[in-house]
Design a protein around this ligand. Structure first.
Ligand code: ATP
Length: 481
C-alpha cells in the first residue's frame, strides 16, 4: 500500500511539474502544439504545452475524455492502446496492443489480482523477476509492468508469428537442418538461463514463439525460478506432463537444469518427427510411459540426431547430457551458441561516456520523442514500472532486432553541441551540426508482421501428484508487490 501511495504522489507531482513546465514554456518559447484540456479546472482555457510527444501523451492520459473513457473500458492502459486478443492462459489473458509513443506492437499479459492465491502471486513475482533479468535474443523481453487496483499488466515483446506448436501440428515436422537452426536458438536461451541461475520448468512447443520467420523466442516464465545453487533440490512439480522428466513423477525432489534438458529432448524429438515420444490420453498413462522410458526410434532421422535425443532423454538425470557438452555432439558439430545481447543494456545509463552506438541511437530517438534525461531521473526509482524505461526497452529491442535482421544499419551523423548527444535535449539532434558523432537509424522498417495465433495451455503446477491450483482464490497481490 505504501508503494502505491508513493506512486500516486509521484504521478500527481509529475503532472504538476509538467503543467508548470508547460505554462513556463508557453510564456517563454514559441511552442507550436496546443490542446484543449477537458479537465473541469481548465475547461475553458487553452493549455499550451511543450513540443514533446511524451508529455502530450501523459497529459492526454489524465485529461482527454476519450482516453479516460478507454482506460475505464479496458481499451487503454498506460501508454498502450489495446488492439485485440492473442490468447487466454490459466491465470491471464494476453492482448495485442500498440505503444502510443513508439508505435511498436506489444503483447500485454493481464492478470486479475482476484484470481491469484498466495502461491500464484509468488509465481507471478518470480515471472516478473526472471523476465526482467533475462537478456538474451531467444527469451521474450519484458518492457514494462503496470499495476492497477484489480489487475497487473506485463507488457512484453510481441511474437507475431505464433507458436512453434501450431506450426508443427499444422504444417508438420521440420527437416533436420531447419530443426537444428531453431533448436540451437532455444537451447541457447535455456543455457543463458542456467548460466544465470534460472530454470524455465515449462519448456514446450506451446511456449516457443516466432518473432520473425527465422527467429524464435522462449516465453511464459510462469513456472520459472531463480536458484542460488544449480544443484539445489526443488520440490514443486510444474510444467506440462508430456514434457515432464521421470524424476518429477517418482522422486520427492529434482534438480532444475536436468528437467529443462529432458524437455529440450522431447522438443527436439517433436521438431524432427512431428510426434511426441511419450503419448497417452491420460496423465497416469503418460506417467507410466515416461517412467518406462521406451519410445519409438524413428527411422527417418539421422543416427546423430537420434543419439542426441537419446542423450537428453536419459531416465537417470545424472546420466543426462549437460548443456555445456551440447555443441560437442556430432549433430551440432561446427555450430555456435546464440550469444546474449551484450548491447541490450536494460536501463538507460544516464550520463555515461561509454554508450554503445545502439544506446546512443535509442537515446537520441527517445529525446526526439520527448523523453528527456530529467524524465529518466524522475522515473528511474520505478525500475521496470517506469513508462520512460518501457519506451527505452521497446526501442532498444526493436533496434537490435532490426540490426540482427539486416533491416537497418547505424549511420553516423554530426552534432554541434556535445550535450545534445545525451538524452533529453530540446535541439533536434539530426539537424544540429558538427562536433560530435551521433548515431541514427537509417531505415524505418519497424514492427514485425505475421499470423497471430491462439492456443490453450496444458501446463499445471502443484505438489507431486496434485493438479492445477485454483485461480479463484481471493488473495490480493497488492500486499506482496
Ligand atoms: P498458462 O496460464 O499455463 O501460462 P498459457 O501459456 O497458455 O497458459 P499465457 O502465457 O498467458 O498462457 O499465454 C496465453 C496465450 O497468449 C499463449 O498461448 C500465446 O498464444 C499468447 N502469447 C503469450 N505471450 C505472447 C507473446 N509475447 N506474443 C504473442 N503471443 C503471446
Amino acid at each position: 500500500m505504501l508503494k502505491k501511495k508513493k506512486k500516486n504522489t509521484f504521478s500527481q507531482q509529475r503532472l504538476r511539474t509538467q503543467n508548470s513546465r508547460n505554462i513556463h514554456n508557453n510564456t517563454n518559447t514559441n511552442t507550436t502544439s496546443t490542446i484543449q484540456s477537458r479537465q473541469p479546472s481548465v475547461k475553458n482555457s487553452k493549455l499550451t504545452i511543450a513540443e514533446s510527444l511524451y508529455n502530450r501523451l501523459l497529459l492526454k492520459l489524465q485529461n482527454d475524455e476519450d482516453w479516460v473513457r478507454e482506460v475505464r473500458g479496458g481499451r487503454r492502459i498506460g501508454l498502450y492502446r489495446i488492439k485485440g486478443e492473442l490468447g487466454i492462459g490459466n491465470f491471464s489473458r494476453v492482448k495485442l496492443a500498440q505503444h502510443e509513443l513508439t508505435r511498436e506492437r506489444v503483447a500485454i499479459k493481464i492478470i486479475d489480482r482476484n484470481n491469484l492465491d498466495t502461491k500464484t502471486a509468488k509465481m507471478l513475482l518470480r515471472e516478473i523477476s526472471v523476465m526482467s533479468s533475462c537478456n538474451h535474443p531467444s527469451l521474450v523481453r519484458l518492457y514494462e509492468v503496470l499495476e492497477k487496483k484489480d489487475r497487473i499488466y506485463l507488457c512484453m515483446q510481441l511474437a507475431p508469428g505464433g507458436e512453434l506448436f501450431t506450426r508443427l501440428t499444422q504444417i508438420g515436422k521440420y527437416t533436420e537442418d531447419r530443426a537444428k537452426f531453431l533448436f540451437l536458438q532455444i537451447a541457447s536461451g535455456i543455457k543463458y538461463m542456467h548460466d544465470h541461475g534460472m530454470i524455465h520448468r515449462d519448456l514446450k512447443a506451446e511456449n516457443i514463439f516466432y518473432v520473425s520467420k527465422n527467429r524464435v523466442v522462449i516465453g511464459d516464465f510462469g513456472f520459472a525460478t531463480k536458484l542460488s545453487r544449480m544443484d539445489q533440490h526443488l520440490y514443486t512439480f510444474c510444467g506440462s506432463p508430456p514434457y515432464a522428466a521421470p524424476e518429477l513423477f517418482k522422486d520427492d525432489h529434482y534438480i532444475g537444469p536436468a528437467v529443462d534438458i529432458w524437455a529440450l529432448g522431447i522438443l527436439l524429438y517433436f521438431m524432427v518427427t512431428g510426434n511426441m515420444p511419450f503419448k497417452s490420453s491420460t496423465v497416469s498413462g503418460l506417467k507410466h510411459a515416461i517412467l518406462e522410458g521406451i519410445y519409438y526410434n524413428p527411422t527417418t532421422i539421422s543416427d546423430e540426431c537420434k543419439e542426441l535425443i537419446n542423450s537428453m532423454l536419459q531416465r537417470n538425470p545424472d546420466n543426462r547430457l549437460h548443456l555445456e557438452d551440447l555443441l560437442k555432439h556430432e549433430w551440432l558439430h561446427g555450430h555456435n551458441w546464440v550469444q546474449e545481447d551484450k548491447d541490450f543494456v536494460p536501463y538507460p545509463r544516464l550520463g555515461s561516456e561509454n554508450l554503445s552506438d545502439v544506446e546512443k541511437c535509442v537515446i537520441n530517438e527517445l529525446g526526439r520523442l520527448g523523453i528527456a534525461q530529467k524524465d529518466f531521473s524522475m522515473e528511474m526509482g520505478l525500475g521496470i514500472r517506469s513508462k520512460a524505461v518501457g519506451a527505452y526497452r521497446i526501442l532498444l529491442t526493436r533496434t537490435l532486432l532490426q540490426l540482427a535482421q539486416g533491416k537497418t544499419r547505424l549511420v553516423r551523423k554530426s552534432l554541434k553541441n556535445p550535450d545534445s548527444a545525451s538524452i533529453g535535449v530540446n535541439t533536434d539532434p539530426v539537424t544540429s551540426a558538427h562536433d560530435l558523432h551521433e548515431v541514427v537509424l537509417s531505415d524505418e522498417n519497424s514492427g514485425a508482421s505475421g499470423e497471430i495465433q491462439r492456443s490453450k495451455s496444458t501446463g499445471f503446477v502443484g505438489k507431486k501428484g496434485s493438479t492445477t491450483s485454483s485461480s479463484k482464490q481471493q488473495s490480493k497481490l497488492c500486499n506482496i508487490l
